[in-house]
Design a protein around this ligand. Structure first.
Ligand SMILES: Nc1ncnc2c1ncn2[C@@H]1O[C@H](COP(=O)(O)OP(=O)(O)O)[C@@H](O)[C@H]1O
Ligand SMILES: [Mg+2]
Length: 240
């Protein structure tokens, strides 16, 4: 059975794509069969982080009926991480926004990917806030992970996400990103848990070396010995 983890946030820039890319590489290195699917059609990131060439078949092409999901699935690391990019060129965004698509195709893709690649884990990246792809992805989740910074805007997102999450059968968890240091971190964690009504499975600090990479390399590849790897591994064991 494939375990589906959906990573979501109320606001952009909370580190969802960064976390998922790193977690996928670490999981594959441990021998798990893992795929990433980027449902963030508005602002895709995983194709860039994994340096997928422009014009490769994508989730958008699949949703528009121009290819099968396996045509849109690319092996992006020697350890065997598979990636379905959201889209790899600009023109398809206009097409999908004007034409729309059958939302049933997304859960169908998740289950087909699990079967075809015999996946242990499917990691689903999402656009910030709520849209069709995100809500549909959430409905297929075994675990819904919410990434947030502890500031008032990210906490305000709970008003929208919590009522929706109550209707889902999945487990929920929080990952606090770019956390303040020291005693503030503990307070931040308690506040996030109170507001979102879910346990925290990871608290990631702001890491200057990660920001300095500027997306040129995935952190786990550039700094495999960094203490952040232990944090990512803890998140993996709590979510999977
Ligand atoms: N823990 C961190 N410390 C420092 N910078 C980070 C951290 N996590 C992510 N970033 C940076 O923040 C930016 C946004 O991250 P990203 O993963 O694209 O967020 P999202 O997918 O939630 O929009 C990127 O430039 C990324 O390198
Ligand atoms: Mg992203």
């Amino acid at each position: 059975m494939t375990h589906t983890v959906v990573m979501h946030s109320h606001r952009g820039g909370t580190g969802k794509s960064t976390m998922l890319a790193n977690m996928a590489l670490l999981m594959a290195a441990e021998g798990r069969r893992v795929a990433l699917i980027d449902t963030d059609i508005q602002s895709p990131a995983l194709d860039v982080l994994f340096r997928l060439p422009h014009g490769e078949c994508s989730l958008t092409d699949y949703l528009m009926g121009s290819c099968e999901i396996e045509d849109a699935t690319h092996q992006v690391s020697p350890e065997g991480v598979y990636l379905v990019p959201a889209r790899t060129d600009a023109s398809s965004l206009g097409q999908i926004m004007t034409r729309g698509y059958d939302v049933g195709l997304l859960p169908e893709a998740f289950s087909r990917l699990g079967d075809l690649y015999d996946l242990d884990v499917l990691l689903v990246d999402t656009h910030a806030g709520l849209n069709n792809e995100t809500v549909t992805s959430m409905a297929s989740a075994d675990v819904l992970a919410t990434a947030l910074r502890v500031d008032r805007v990210d906490l305000a997102g709970a008003d929208e996400i919590v009522p929706l999450a109550w209707q889902l059968a999945c487990r929920r968890a929080l990952v606090i990103s770019m956390a303040p240091e020291g005693a503030d971190a503990e307070q931040a964690r308690k506040r996030a848990e109170r507001v979102y009504g879910a346990p925290t499975v990871g608290v990631l600090p702001y890491v200057a070396e990660l920001a300095a990479l500027g997306g040129n390399q995935i952190f786990a590849e550039a700094h495999p010995g960094h203490p952040l790897m232990a944090e990512f591994r803890e998140i993996i064991s709590a979510l999977v």
